[in-house]
Write a protein that binds this ligand. Structure first.
Ligand code: ARG
Length: 670
């Protein structure tokens, strides 16, 4: 009772005012909380300065924040440096961002443009654009003057040797040899480490995805090769990758296949049918389906039975899928593809019903001539979610799969390595998934990794002479045959043991097929030519593999063991005095920035270009800098330049890591 006395009676109007004021205060508190958060993150956009001195205070605050931020990121980088390789380009971007902000704090988001340089090792090109930005706020300043100001603002660091303002206002940047030299040693002592990427993501990578009973074709080969390489790259930098094989293992084609199976192998339930050539079997059943009305009717009945999960039909379906999968497995084994999770369209069958119900409840589906379709902003055409006969489609399975990957697999980054011809499909899929609320593009990266078609040397669609689609197994066989021929031309069969010969044949054949695919910008069509890919000159796998074996043999010829090299790497500093030593070392040190760039655009040909650049730069180095000196008469080793031998080893190590990402197997002898 006493408690009541604490609250003297108030009029209704008074209470209303209190409530209103409390609500207003709550809003104000929320606003302030947001503003505080923003300030903590270095965002000063909400602060309104009242006079000059306050303006200066805010600028100081901003600078202080940026400096703190930079120090923090440098410290973090240092703490992690054992497990990451320093990205010089990234460091320069940080340094120049600081310099630019120090020189021109009044500019909102000035560009920090640092690129590999023509005259310096790197260059900063920001001043040109900044001149325009300054002009728009009434400050007249030439790019050259701006460049000078930026240079003055460069914070103390141990990377930059000197800078020089050149031309219209470029800043040429020279890197310190003393910064690169230990990086090269680290390659040998700690291994080839990835650049730091921050947040480690769960990636769902849709790749390969051939269709059951139909032969895997060259389009699927591209998806397999590109997908594998991407997965290796993503895993290398620490992401957690789920490789999903979205097999076409469900659909009406199974009706005719099962009907044909029943006729050809009536005993299929008790005995495994000797079905070697599934593609021929597919063709036969397709022919009957097209020519024979009765068969067609039966095929449709089989689809219904299969969909109702009649055990006999499921058994037949499983048989066909198993044979197909075994064929695919052989190809994957040859191409060294592991941990590819077979998760075909059939996997989503039961889940599809729920997704359709959900879309229906959310009012997302529209009737269209008996079908149920879904439109979305940004989708040029609608997805067909339910067919007029009530069945589901490729679109339905992809809508279900995307939800599954996000919700059940906790995917944070979804990639689909599929031919460019399906571009519209993925555009519609992503737009509809967004509209349905499955996909929040703000925190999920979702991309179609499109690639062009494979052409024959006649620039027409890749076909056999008789006009059939080329079987992958035959293609790989031909690769092996051709690479054996090449090796025999060089008389290698007389030098190598049978085992070494086989390893070399496979390394060359599969390496070439993969490299030819990966070394072209994937977006373009590419011409499949064994002659070109097996050429030992130019940017080919053969050239790189030879370069690699040659580099690896240098230490062997010098009679220096691997243990001795490992020991030397810890004690012998890398000397970078000769122009060619320096050029090669700078090239190797670019490895982390090449990887960082690919993580952004997912274009693997930059890695191929980089490996080729390493190999050619190495040749320049090796032609100009002796590593091992031999007695001309006796051939005896009289002098070994250990620092240079270490540079050779570091070159081989970076190349080996590159090969590994491209899923190419180097051999010690070829
Ligand atoms: N099986 C399809 C084809 O051969 C490719 C599937 C790609 N992946 C996907 N989620 N749609 O064309």
């Amino acid at each position: 009772m006493a408690g009541r006395m604490l609250f003297p009676r108030k009029s209704m109007a008074e209470i209303e005012t209190y409530v209103k004021r409390a609500a207003e205060q709550e809003v104000e508190i929320k606003r302030l909380k947001v503003a505080i958060e923003k300030l903590k993150n270095g965002d000063f956009s909400d602060v309104q300065p009242s006079g000059e001195s306050e303006k200066l205070q805010i600028e100081n605050q901003k600078l202080k924040y940026r400096e703190e931020h930079l120090l923090k990121s440098i410290a973090a980088e240092e703490a992690r440096s054992k497990s990451y390789m320093t990205n010089i380009h990234g460091c320069l971007v940080n340094i120049f961002a600081t310099a630019i902000n120090k020189a021109y704090p009044q500019l909102e988001g000035p560009p920090v443009a640092v690129t590999p340089g023509k005259n310096g090792d790197y260059q900063c090109n920001s001043s040109m654009a900044m001149s325009g930005m300054l002009k728009s706020i009434g400050v007249k300043s030439s790019p050259r003057d701006i460049a000078q100001e930026i240079v003055k603002g460069i914070p103390p660091n141990d990377i930059i040797e000197k800078t020089e303002v050149a031309g219209p206002g470029f800043i040429n940047i020279n890197i310190r040899r003393s910064f690169i030299s230990p990086l090269i040693s680290e390659i040998l002592t700690d291994g080839v480490k990835p650049p730091a990427v921050g947040w480690k993501k769960r990636v769902c990578l849709d790749m390969s995805s051939p269709n059951i009973a139909k032969e895997m074709h060259v389009g699927h080969l591209r998806s397999t090769i590109i997908g594998e390489s991407l997965s290796r790259l993503l895993e290398f930098v620490g992401h957690n990758v789920l490789k999903i094989n979205h097999l076409g293992d469900w659909g009406t084609q199974f009706g005719m296949l099962i009907a044909h199976l029943q006729d050809m192998f009536p005993n299929y339930r008790n005995e495994s049918p000797p079905l070697q050539d599934l593609q021929a079997f597919y063709k036969e059943s397709k022919k009957r389906f097209d020519d024979d009305a009765d068969f067609k009717k039966r095929a449709y009945e089989c689809v219904v039975k299969l969909q109702s999960k009649d055990p006999n039909y499921i058994k037949a379906w499983n048989l066909i899928c198993d044979i197909s999968r075994q064929e695919f497995e052989k190809i994957y084994a040859r191409l060294d593809i592991k941990n590819l999770i077979p998760r075909g369209e059939s996997f989503y069958q039961d889940r599809m019903k729920d997704v359709v119900t959900e879309l229906e409840e959310k009012g997302m589906l529209e009737e269209d001539d008996g079908r149920k379709v879904m439109f979305a902003p940004g989708a040029p055409i609608p997805l067909t979610i339910v067919k007029s006969d009530g069945g589901f489609t490729y679109d339905t399975s992809d809508m279900t799969a995307i939800k599954h990957r996000l919700d059940d697999e906790s995917g944070e980054w979804l990639l689909y390595v599929v031919d460019a011809g399906q571009g519209v499909h993925f555009q519609c899929l992503f737009a509809c998934a967004k509209k349905a609320g499955f996909l929040n593009p703000k925190n999920i990266r979702c991309e179609h990794i499109a690639f062009g078609v494979v052409l024959g040397e006649d620039k027409k669609k890749f076909k056999t002479r008789s006009g059939d689609t080329v079987r992958l197994a035959d293609l790989l066989d031909e690769g092996i045959r051709r690479s054996r021929e090449k090796l025999m031309e060089r008389g290698r069969d007389k030098v190598l043991t049978a085992k070494e010969m086989k390893a070399a044949e496979e390394a060359i054949a599969y390496g070439c097929i993969k490299y030819a695919d990966l070394s072209h910008n994937r977006v373009n069509d590419y011409v499949f030519s064994f002659d070109k890919m097996l050429d030992d000159k130019g940017n080919t796998a053969v050239y790189l593999l030879y370069a690699y074996t040659r580099i690896k043999s240098i230490a062997r010829l010098a009679n220096v063991s691997q243990e001795e090299l490992t020991k030397a790497a810890k004690t012998t500093p890398i000397v970078l005095e000769h122009e060619k030593e320096w050029k090669l070392a700078k090239c190797l040190a670019r490895f982390p920035e090449v990887i960082t760039k690919i993580l952004d655009d997912l274009l693997l040909h930059s890695l191929c270009d980089f490996l080729y650049e390493i190999a050619t730069t190495f040749t320049e180095f090796y032609d100009n800098c002796y590593c091992v000196e031999k007695d001309r008469k006796t051939g005896e080793v009289i002098n070994v330049n250990v620092s240079r031998l270490l540079i050779c080893e570091a070159t081989a190590a970076v190349m080996a890591k590159g090969f590994d990402i491209l899923a190419i197997k180097p051999v010690q002898k070829m």
